[in-house]
Each structure stands twice: as structure tokens, then as C-alpha cells.
Design a protein around this ligand. Structure first.
Ligand code: TRP
Length: 376
């Protein structure tokens, strides 16, 4: 079999550029192309899998067996993730926050990186602005969602320690320009810095200064897979020098944008942010949420709706209807034509409004806790 790389996936298959928002049509094909393992078999071995796991939204993994083993034997393990502080915190980001909190409750040590160096280089956002967004949008929402300061190392790339930067610098000789071109296509100094920094993010929790070698899981959207592949390859190459465990990763499907395609931070009508007002939620769902319903009431009653493409239904499935039976009932009623698009939209609007009213109160309280996370 020929080697498959980040950009050249052959006819009809997807390319992954971690700096562009992508839309995946065929996850199965993608898993095959990149050698991502299905999550199903490991799901059965978790005592309390997260809803996102049970629903198949977290669909794949690399090396998750190490994490299972650590959980089972009550050994140290960590969860590492990073955030690009470039805009509003929306429901797409919330899916990752839920996983962070899930692992924290399971006993993992959390490493949460503000990718300010990456955002500065790749998105050309001023440093001060990045810091403000990271705190007011990301951190405040994480806290309101349940993230605790204990066992959570929240850091800015630009502020990290000498051992972290020493590691990143030493990774320079462990890859080649050709390899980077192969994975990322066009390559630039800004990308090289961002990529090596992210490899350092993922590997540094295993340095002695951060508690030594241990299994580390990185939950990501599929767009980050190029970085995961490179990091795992580099971890192999340094194994004589650093006794790193190969980092593990899980992959979640991307929450669809309101209009059905991808979410884009430049288009506020493509997402719902966690600071949107109840009126905004209503307008966004009513006016913009892509419907899988029939073109007319008659048609809908006759043929039913398509829940696979219906954004309101997908928001219930991803987040807002945790009860499987209720979700199934809505699915059946909508697909049979018994439930109309307007009715489905009302359900989701009500659920989101209720959630956000509570959440926004929690956000106010969370602001007093921010300092507990900013120790470095
Ligand atoms: N590149 C990631 C993004 O675009 C952010 C990031 C930086 C990251 N370092 C990381 C993600 C380490 C996971 C692990 O969102």
C-alpha cells in the first residue's frame, strides 16, 4: 500500500488542513485512510462512558488502550488539549470542554494549553487580544461548565517553562522539511513554529518537571489529526532519549454549523455562542438552522423529515437530549412526519434557552475563580 499523507489522499477522499475549518462527508473512509481505530471496542471497557462516546460522536481513537489500562490500574494519566483563542466560545467548543471535565472527574491530570503562539503566527491576532479572549471566552466558560482548578494546569504557550521550550527546540532535528510538506502541504516558518510547539504541548506533560512519563490522551476533532500523527512519529524517534509513552488520541465528529455546513467564527449565524441571548437563540434556530423537513406541510406529513441532516435534531443528539428514549421518540416522530419542523425547532430552542440562562448565571460566578487557574 502506498503511503498516505495529509494532503494527498487519493481520488474522492478528504484532505486535512488543521488551519482551515473542514467538513467531513465520510468518516469511515477517513478512518481507513489514516489508520484511526474505531472507538466502539474500547467503549465497552469504560465504566461510565460519556454520552458523546455512547452516541458514536466520539468515533475513533489511536492508542486509547493505554488510557484504559491506566484507568483500570488506577495509575497516573493525563489529558492534554489546546485552544485557539480566536473568537466566541460556541457549542462546538463545548463538546471538547465536556470531555475535559469528564477526564478530570475520572482522575486525569489536565493540561490545557492556550495556543497563543499558534494564533499569533497563523491568525495574526495581537497577543493582548488573545489573552483576553482565552480568559473571557474560554476559561470562564470552562469553569462555568464544571472545570476545577485542582489537577488542572492551564497555561499560555508564550509563558511556559524552560523545560517546555528546551523540548520544543530539541525536536527540531526529529523531522524534515519534506515530512512537514508531506503532511501539511505548503509550509512556512509560522507553520513550522506552530507545529513543533504543538508537538511540544502534547509531549511535555511527560517530562520529569511535569510528573514524568505517563499515558496522555488528546481528544480532538479530526482536523487536528495531522498534528497527532506527527507527534506520535516524533515520540517514537526520541524514545531513546525520553521515555515517553506514545500519546493517545480520541476523535470526535464536528458539530454541524447552524446552516448545515461548517461553523465559521466570521459568521455569527453559523453557530450559537454561550453568551447568546434567548432572543438570539430563537432567531438563529428559527431563521438559520438547516431543516431536514419536507418542503411543505403536506409533503412533510407524507414523507417525513431527515434527521441526519436536520441541524436542530443534531443539536439534540450531540448535546441537548441526553435521554436516549426521548431522542428516539423525537427521531421516529420527525421521520414519520408526525412532528413538524416548527415543533422540533421549538423543542431545541427551549432546551438551549434554558441551558444558557443557567449557564450565564454560572459564568458570572466563574469570573471570581479565574485567578485560581492563572498561577504560572
Ligand atoms: N492547534 C489547536 C487548534 O487549532 C490548538 C492546540 C495547540 C492544541 N496545542 C494543542 C490542541 C495541543 C491539542 C493539543 O485548536
Amino acid at each position: 500500500m502506498s503511503k498516505i499523507t495529509g494532503r494527498d489522499l487519493g481520488k474522492g477522499s478528504e484532505k486535512i488542513d488543521p488551519w482551515k475549518s473542514i467538513e467531513v462527508k465520510n468518516y469511515e473512509q477517513l478512518m481507513k485512510n489514516f489508520g484511526i481505530e474505531p472507538f466502539g471496542p474500547v467503549l465497552k471497557k469504560l465504566k461510565n462512558p460519556h454520552l458523546l462516546m455512547k452516541r458514536g460522536i466520539i468515533f475513533g481513537h489511536r492508542g486509547f488502550d493505554l488510557i484504559l489500562k491506566a484507568i483500570k490500574k488506577k495509575e497516573d494519566f493525563a489529558m492534554m488539549t489546546g485552544l485557539m483563542p480566536s473568537g466566541k466560545f460556541h457549542f462546538g467548543h463545548m463538546i471538547l470542554a465536556q470531555q475535559m471535565i469528564y477526564y478530570q472527574q475520572l482522575g486525569a491530570k489536565l493540561f490545557v494549553c492556550v495556543a497563543d503562539i499558534e494564533a499569533y503566527n497563523m491568525r495574526k491576532i495581537p497577543m493582548e487580544k488573545l489573552r483576553e479572549t482565552a480568559i473571557e471566552e474560554y476559561l470562564v466558560n470552562y469553569i462555568a461548565l464544571g472545570l476545577k482548578p485542582k489537577n488542572c494546569d492551564f497555561y499560555f504557550q508564550s509563558d511556559r517553562s524552560v523545560p517546555y521550550y528546551r523540548l520544543i527546540s530539541m525536536l527540531g532535528r526529529r523531522t524534515t522539511l519534506n515530512e512537514l510538506k508531506d503532511i501539511y502541504g505548503d509550509i512556512s516558518p509560522a507553520k513550522i513554529v506552530s507545529v513543533l510547539t504543538q508537538v511540544g504541548d502534547i509531549l511535555h506533560p511527560q517530562l520529569e518537571e511535569y510528573g514524568g512519563p505517563k499515558p496522555v490522551v488528546v481528544p480532538v476533532g479530526i482536523d487536528q489529526d495531522p498534528h497527532i500523527r506527527l507527534t506520535r512519529d516524533i515520540a517514537q524517534r526520541v524514545k531513546n532519549e525520553f521515555k515517553f509513552f506514545l500519546p493517545s488520541a480520541t476523535y470526535h465528529k464536528l458539530l454541524p454549523g447552524l446552516k448545515g455546513g461548517k461553523m465559521s467564527s466570521s459568521d455569527p449565524f453559523s453557530y450559537i455562542s454561550l453568551t447568546d441571548t434567548p432572543e438570539e437563540v430563537k432567531t438563529k434556530i428559527m431563521k438559520y438552522a438547516f431543516s431536514g423537513g419536507g418542503n411543505s406541510i403536506e409533503e412533510h406529513r407524507k414523507y417525513g423529515g431527515n434527521t441526519d441532516v436536520d441541524v436542530s435534531f443534531q443539536y439534540l443528539r450531540f448535546i441537548f437530549e441526553p435521554d436516549d428514549k426521548k431522542l428516539q421518540k423525537i427521531k421516529e416522530d420527525y421521520e414519520s412526519g408526525k412532528m413538524l419542523t416548527g415543533e422540533l425547532k421549538s423543542i431545541v430552542i427551549e432546551k438551549i434557552q434554558k441551558f444558557l440562562t443557567e449557564h450565564q448565571k454560572k459564568r458570572e460566578k466563574a469570573k471570581d475563580k479565574v485567578h485560581l487557574f492563572l498561577k504560572e
